[in-house]
Design a protein around this ligand. Structure first.
Ligand code: ZN
Length: 372
């Protein structure tokens, strides 16, 4: 009996080219209306007792082929508990080898974060006193959810999943929100009395549902649209910017995953040639506070510290920093294991991302100088 493989669910992505009793030849489907691909998420059935070889044939043509070196795929028997599988990248093919304990195996680029979990997060937050509203609608008509906590004068914006395949941003968001909702936590209490914190956990909600790596339903990279968002093709960004215009921005923190680098790092708007001394100092405070709070965060490896490229003005961190005179930070987590916080079983994981989300609040507090 051949395996049965499908990706017909929220966030799923795989094309099946050939399948046998213990192997499959697969391809990652490019983003809807876009050329990017790297995110995969599928289900294998009929796997009991079989040593599987799952081969992704178009890996070398993906958006970040260098991301496969040293990478291990995420697998789960029940869709809840995830670990890493033996994975090899050779001859342009990514081969995942695993012997599942049961009949079913879930396989993904990183631990998925599904729609139900997002709804639960919203409900949990509102039950604990957060305000929830809808900033606008995506290209496909999905609501862009915002959660707001605190009553302070300073305006802090936390954004996740502009790039839909970077699910670690959702796990990070869960950790940050969990700490903000903890009334016994003095950092959270100080933050929420000094600031109003706006969380937009799923910016690219259509890309998330469609199983895209980067693009929204119109095929745009939303993190290149922030200087002049087209309300028809990037309504997600236009809606968030309008909400930002209504209250202002003191700190914008945009959370991502990086396919290639095995590190947690940040990319700040302090590299903008127009950055003011207080914007530069804000990023520096964020960096040193996060280094003190998180053993996973490091400052040696990251993107080149330049304001380079034609697309730079459209990046959220740069555009929002300029528009509002805000401190702008992009936080990146790995798809691979982290060199600084290695985990031989899980690699960089949902749990590690969640923990970092909580730890990052100390850096947010440092930007606002709540420790002063
Ligand atoms: Zn990203």
């Amino acid at each position: 009996m051949s395996l049965v493989i499908d990706a017909d669910f929220h966030g799923g992505n795989i094309l099946v080219e050939a399948v046998g009793p213990d192997f499959a030849e697969l391809a990652i489907r490019p983003d809807s209306n876009g050329a990017w691909f790297q995110w995969f998420y599928f289900r294998v059935r009929g796997a009991r007792g079989r040593s599987l070889r799952l081969r992704i044939l178009n890996a070398s043509a993906s958006s970040y082929p260098e991301g496969w070196a040293g990478y291990r795929a995420c697998v789960s028997a029940d869709g809840e508990a995830w670990t890493r599988a033996d994975t090899a990248y050779a001859g342009g093919v990514l081969e995942i080898r695993h012997r599942p304990p049961g009949d079913e195996l879930w396989v993904a680029y990183f631990t998925p974060y599904d729609e139900r979990r997002h709804q639960t997060l919203r409900s949990r937050a509102t039950a604990a006193g957060a305000r929830a509203d809808v900033l606008g609608r995506s290209v496909d008509g999905r609501p862009i959810d915002r959660l707001t906590l605190g009553t302070g004068r300073r305006q802090v914006w936390l954004l996740g999943r502009q790039h839909s395949g970077e699910t670690m941003a959702s796990w990070w968001m869960e950790g940050a929100l969990g700490r903000l909702l903890d009334r016994a936590d003095p950092v959270a209490r100080a933050l929420l009395s000094a600031a109003t914190v706006h969380l937009v956990p799923l910016v690219n909600v259509d890309g998330v549902a469609r199983g895209n790596l980067r693009g929204n339903a119109a095929g745009l990279d939303l993190n290149r649209q922030w200087h002049e968002p087209d309300p028809a093709r990037a309504p997600e960004v236009a809606a968030i910017l309008a909400a930002m215009d209504a209250v202002g921005v003191d700190l914008s923190l945009d959370v991502h995953g990086d396919e290639t680098l095995p590190h947690v790092f940040l990319d700040g708007a302090d590299v903008d040639p127009l950055a003011t001394p207080s914007q530069i100092e804000g990023v520096a405070r964020f960096r040193s506070a996060l280094a003190a709070a998180s053993p996973a965060f490091q400052t040696k490896v990251g993107y080149p510290p330049t304001y380079a490229g034609d697309e730079a003005p459209g990046m959220c961190t740069r555009a929002v920093a300029r528009r509002f005179g805000a401190v702008g930070v992009t936080l990146e987590m790995p798809f691979k294991d982290s060199v600084e916080a290695p985990d031989a079983v899980a690699g960089w994981s949902a749990g590690a991302s969640r923990r970092l989300g909580g730890e990052t609040l100390a850096a947010v507090a440092a930007v606002l100088q709540l420790d002063a």
